[in-house]
Design a protein around this ligand. Structure first.
Ligand SMILES: O=C(O)CCC(=O)C1=CC=C[C@@H](O)[C@@H]1C(=O)O
Ligand SMILES: [Mg+2]
Length: 321
């Protein structure tokens, strides 16, 4: 006998989470639960507004149709919508015991505002010190000074930066000018500094600061190709598609000598713990970008280790089937 349930959930966000110039007040998504015999598998489907091409309503229609067909004994193809394909493929992988349990719960701490908050977190961080700082939200000069300050204060720190394509070539140069050349090698990479890929490539060549592709992975003409200055790709499974597609992208990056960083699309704690398992499995040598749980006010079903946030159980969710 097969059972399939789909739950809809909503979690209030911390005040002040802004995505693509829009305030995100709540995070909304679906959970799918598949059961067959004694086996059970869960998956999360939560398209990210401003980043996902599909809406939650579209994903919900696709997930419900898939879940009904599966429950009735079929073997339906995964939906095309990336968030739906990802969540359903995770539920199937858990059901068939194909998603290893070991997880990488280290996360590169994310700093979107005050660098002082980062100091305390980094002091307490064991092992490799890697943090991610959002840039491009303020003046490029301020960003440059913050980066300098952090790298100067913490000698074993490596920084990942993310500009989300905010800069013109001129602004990107203004930023680089403020970062002491001796610290530039400790910028592990900056994600998508400029509006176009060519401008970002030129920035890497001119400044010696390595770059990473994130938004570019969702563009039709993108290929995984080794290029000077391109150090990493950021793979966000909710925006990518099935677990199979995620594995293919990680393998394509590794084959070109490019670092693959498994990263959050602001999933709930259930989705984040699965991403931590995917990272431990597919990218064991790379710290994943998963420090987004604290943007939310609650966890869902499965807890992230040591998080103090309250955890909602499935009894508090609306079943849709
Ligand atoms: O990559 C990380 O370390 C955390 C996730 C993260 O930074 C992001 C997740 C989702 C949307 C964006 O605001 C941002 C990104 O652009 O990478
Ligand atoms: Mg990014």
């Amino acid at each position: 006998m097969r059972h399939a349930q789909v739950y809809r959930w909503q979690i209030p966000m911390d005040a002040g989470v802004v995505l693509r110039e829009r305030r995100l007040k709540t995070r909304d998504g679906l959970l799918v639960q598949l059961r067959q015999g004694d086996a059970e598998g869960w998956g999360e489907i939560s398209p990210l507004p401003g980043f996902s091409e599909e809406t939650l309503e579209q994903a919900q229609t696709a997930v419900l149709a898939w879940a009904n067909a599966w429950r009735d004994g079929g073997n339906p193809d995964l939906p095309q919508l990336p968030s739906a394909a990802f969540g359903l493929s995770c539920a199937l992988a858990e059901l068939h015991d194909e998603l290893p349990q070991a997880a990488d719960y280290r996360a590169a701490p994310l700093c979107t505002g005050d660098p002082d908050e980062l100091f305390a977190v980094l002091e307490a961080m064991p092992g490799e010190k890697v943090a991610k700082v959002k840039v491009g939200l303020w003046e490029a000069v301020r960003d440059g000074m913050v980066v300098n300050l952090l790298l100067e204060a913490i000698p074993d720190l490596q920084l990942r930066l993310d500009a989300n394509r905010a800069w013109t070539p001129l602004k990107a140069q203004q930023f680089a000018k403020y970062v002491d050349p001796q610290y530039r090698p400790r910028i592990a990479f900056i994600e998508e500094p400029c509006r176009t890929r060519n401008d970002s490539r030129a920035f890497a060549q001119q400044t010696g600061i390595a770059i990473a592709w994130d938004e570019s992975l969702r563009e039709a003409d993108f290929t995984f190709t080794a290029e000077p200055g391109v150090k990493a790709v950021v793979i966000k499974p909710t925006l990518t598609g099935s677990l199979q597609k995620v594995r293919e992208q990680v393998a394509a990056a590794h084959a070109q000598g490019i670092t693959a960083v498994i990263s959050s699309s602001i999933e709930s704690s259930l989705g984040l713990t699965q991403l931590a398992r995917i990272a431990a499995w597919l990218t064991p040598d790379t710290l994943p970008g998963l420090d987004t749980l604290n943007l939310m006010q609650a966890q869902l079903i499965r807890r992230w280790p040591n998080s103090q946030l309250p955890c909602l159980s499935c009894e508090s969710l609306d079943p849709l089937v």
